[in-house]
Design a protein around this ligand. Structure first.
Ligand SMILES: *Cc1c(COP(=O)(O)O)cnc(C)c1O
Length: 368
């Protein structure tokens, strides 16, 4: 019999960033070689590395993956009162980025196969105030975004991708985040690669790229000059974070591979016990290992008592207090998956023995 060599006194975290000697050395070397700290050559290098990895023409690092969405909206000239269509099941940052600039997030339910915005329902929410659709590749899954893009083209709307959770994931061999007019990524602490904080905006569109470059730098027309021709704010990152990001990007391919192994191990152990959503494309792999069960809250408590950290899936946006009174739509799928969803430990340092321990605890729970 396989003996578990886990020290059960160690709490297994649901998620944590993983930085090593490489990042530490990079920071040390950077501090010994340059005094800028603010974004400069290392940030440009990281942007180039991201462009090459995702196969995109432009990448702009910014201070986080929320402001990146607001900046994307400013770049496409969204004005107060405009409407932006977003999914009802996403991180709060998605609708907040819309609200932040005075526009209105319009919530649409998600589809059951990917938990992405339900493309078949989108058109009935389009009005003459609609300016863009924000697609969220939730948990790095992606639905038929090409169909969504066609809908956007038909109605002359921009497609913005909140791909915050999707670095390393491809749909039909194209990196998620590069289908829309503008894509956005986050490098905050729980994401697959991290700079502590940070995000980026990507595009293949020359005109939008010029606009984004300005809006993340006070609206400055050209770096080093004092001409402001458009509205902008300071959303720059630092080179100190960029050197960390460069080391993290080197680790990305290994992490993607390990994530797939982790998913398969969890999936093979748990697929007959709880609901799991199998990826519909080999190119992506859930960022968090997500399971769905009507006993979600009890399982959360049980696993905690076994020293296992989990996290409940986001509430539907229309159930969050700040959005509650804005909507009276019907969102059955967001509701169902939100209130039954649990994210299991998913950080990259988890070892197979720990995953097996977690799966055994879950089996034990359902056998009680
Ligand atoms: C993490 C996340 C964000 C926000 O990114 P930050 O860098 O934390 O501001 C936005 N949208 C989604 C879907 C996310 O997961």
């Amino acid at each position: 019999m396989h003996i578990l060599i886990i020290n059960m006194n160690n709490f297994i975290q649901q998620m944590k960033p993983t930085f090593g000697k490489e990042e530490a050395d990079a920071c040390y070397n950077y501090m010994n070689s340059s005094s800028y700290i603010t974004e400069y050559k290392q940030t440009r290098l990281l942007e180039k590395i991201i462009c090459d990895y995702i196969n995109c023409k432009y990448c702009f690092m910014v201070n986080n993956g929320t402001i990146s969405l607001s900046l994307a909206l400013i770049a496409i000239d969204v004005k107060p009162g405009d409407e932006i269509i977003v999914p009802n099941l996403t991180m709060i940052a998605t609708p907040n980025s819309v609200k932040f600039i005075g526009a209105k997030p319009i919530l649409v339910d998600v589809d059951e196969n990917t938990l992405n915005i339900d493309i078949d329902q989108v058109e009935k929410y389009i009005t003459d105030k609609t300016k863009a659709i924000m697609h969220v590749s939730l948990n790095a899954r992606c639905n038929d975004i090409i169909k969504l893009k066609n809908i956007c083209e038909k109605h002359k709307l921009y497609l913005i991708e909140d791909a915050a959770q999707s670095i390393g994931s491809f749909y039909k061999n194209k990196h998620i985040g590069t289908f829309g007019d503008i894509g956005s990524f986050s490098f905050s602490t729980p994401k697959l690669i991290s700079c502590g904080q940070g995000g980026c905006i990507v595009t293949n569109n020359d005109v939008l790229a010029d606009k984004i470059r300005m809006v993340k730098d006070f609206g400055r027309m050209k770096s080093g000059t004092e001409n402001f021709i458009t509205f902008g704010i300071n959303s720059k990152i630092t080179d100190l974070q960029a050197v960390i990001g460069i080391e993290q990007m080197k680790k990305l391919p290994t992490r993607v591979k390990r994530k797939k192994e982790m998913w398969n191990l969890y999936y093979n152990n748990l697929k007959d016990i709880v609901k799991m959503i199998k990826p519909n494309d080999d190119g992506f792999i859930p960022w968090f290992i997500d399971i769905y069960t009507n006993k979600r809250d009890e399982l959360f408590d049980y696993l905690k008592s076994k020293n296992i950290g989990t996290r409940k899936v986001y509430k539907p946006i229309n159930d969050e207090i700040i959005y509650k009174n804005m909507y009276n739509g019907y969102y059955p799928i967001s509701k169902k998956y939100s209130y039954t969803g649990l994210w299991l430990p998913s950080h990259i340092e988890l070892v197979n023995d720990e995953i097996e321990y977690i799966c055994n605890c879950i089996k034990e729970f359902f056998n009680q």
